[in-house]
Design a protein around this ligand. Structure first.
Ligand SMILES: Cc1cc2nc3c(=O)[nH]c(=O)nc-3n(C[C@H](O)[C@H](O)[C@H](O)COP(=O)(O)O)c2cc1C
Length: 355
């Protein structure tokens, strides 16, 4: 494996995220959402129903392990540990970008391992830029779906990460070819939900209008406030000048809560809130302001590098917090949480007024 290979880069990302401080210094702005406490509750905590239906599957809670990895033996272990936990709790998971296995089929099992351990919701993953840069078509999508028997397919958009990576693909012009590719896939291979996924930089209202026009069924806002790709790349870069450049963008992006409001103002399909989701309170707040489901990556990666039990522990803690928050806001189920009363404060209120 040479130092420039995709496999090496995947491994480096796992190590950097496990050992270094890669989170935004600014928050998700979920701190500016105040859910109104119910002094009477009028709910039975043991009877709170957190289940949802999304992409044709029923999940016990509105929580998906966001795309993390694949393409390296270490990644196989991480994906296996996540799949075991997801199966146990009946949640969903995404695999990392499947690009590595598109060109090197011996890497396929680092992704397909998930299906040996779960029949829950599995989301495939490819990068939008490669459809432009490498002239990918619907057959690449078909190969990726088959590899993991995917229930849905995420196409990730990551202009900040690519701009900062010394080896990044930076031609994001002409993304509307995705409209034809998605339509062709659905015609030839049968309909599957397509998710436009950000990776921690967030989508705006204008982006959401574009993504809807392309034909995406769902949007994962992938807002800022959690893992910062400028930070991750900062630790990989050796050159001082390049480091200073990357550092300027450490805090760049649309905070997750603001991105939910932006996207929700223009898009009526399912919205997934990812980016700095760390607690069940974050999940409850995201859903109350417009998300249908949440995703989390960094805390799960750290746990999955240890064991499947460690992943289960983190996810169970978040679900317990979500149930408690629903109990304290008088919400018996996720539909009631969607219409729970909240107050927007500070920067988020300011942001909302300017959408
Ligand atoms: C090590 C690592 C690798 C990731 N790889 C991918 C990827 O291949 N494709 C993708 O769409 N997102 C990828 N992500 C982004 C996550 O899915 C998520 O959007 C982002 O980390 C923000 O969530 P967080 O703050 O909970 O980490 C990766 C995240 C981490 C930490």
């Amino acid at each position: 494996m040479n130092n420039n290979s995709i496999e090496y880069r995947k491994l480096e990302h796992l190590i950097v995220c496990d050992h270094c401080d890669v989170e935004y210094k600014k928050g998700t702005l979920l701190e500016d959402v105040e859910l109104i406490h119910s002094g009477i509750s009028n709910c039975d905590l043991d009877d709170i129903d957190t289940s949802i239906e999304i992409f044709g599957k029923k999940l016990n809670s509105p929580l998906i392990v966001a795309a993390i990895t694949g393409g390296h033996p270490k990644a196989k272990e991480v994906n296996k540990n996540i799949a075991i936990a997801v199966e146990e709790l009946n949640l969903g998971m995404g695999v990392g970008s499947q690009r590595a296995a598109i060109s090197k089929s011996y890497l396929e099992d680092t992704y397909s391992v998930v299906r040996d351990h779960t029949s829950s919701l599995i989301i495939g993953n490819l990068g939008a830029v490669n459809f432009v840069e490498d002239s990918w078509d619907e057959e690449i999508i078909s190969k990726s779906v088959e590899m993991i028997d995917a229930d849905a397919m995420a196409i990730h958009f990551n202009p900040l990460q690519e701009a900062i990576q010394p080896e990044g693909d930076v031609n994001f012009k002409g993304l509307n070819i995705l409209k034809e590719i998605i339509s062709n896939y659905n015609k030839i291979h049968g309909k599957i939900p397509f998710i436009a996924k950000q990776v921690g930089e967030g989508f705006s209202k204008k982006d959401a209008i574009f993504l809807k026009e392309i034909g995406f069924d769902a949007i994962d806002v992938g807002g800022s406030g959690g893992t910062s790709w400028a930070a991750v790349e900062l630790y990989r870069i050796k050159d001082e000048e390049q480091k200073n450049f990357s550092n300027q963008y450490f805090n760049w992006g649309i905070p997750t809560a603001a991105s939910i409001l932006e996207v929700n103002s223009a898009f009526s399909g399912p919205i997934i809130a990812t980016g700095g989701i760390r607690t069940g309170i974050d999940i409850a707040k995201s859903i109350s302001i417009g998300a249908n489901c949440c995703g989390t990556a960094l805390p799960i990666l750290k746990a999955a590098l240890k064991s499947s039990e460690a992943v289960t522990t983190v996810l169970e803690r978040m679900i317990k917090e979500l149930k408690t928050t629903m109990f304290l806001t008088g919400c018996n189920n996720i539909n009631e949480l969607k219409s729970a009363r909240y107050i927007l404060k500070g920067d988020l209120k300011n942001w909302k007024d300017q959408i």
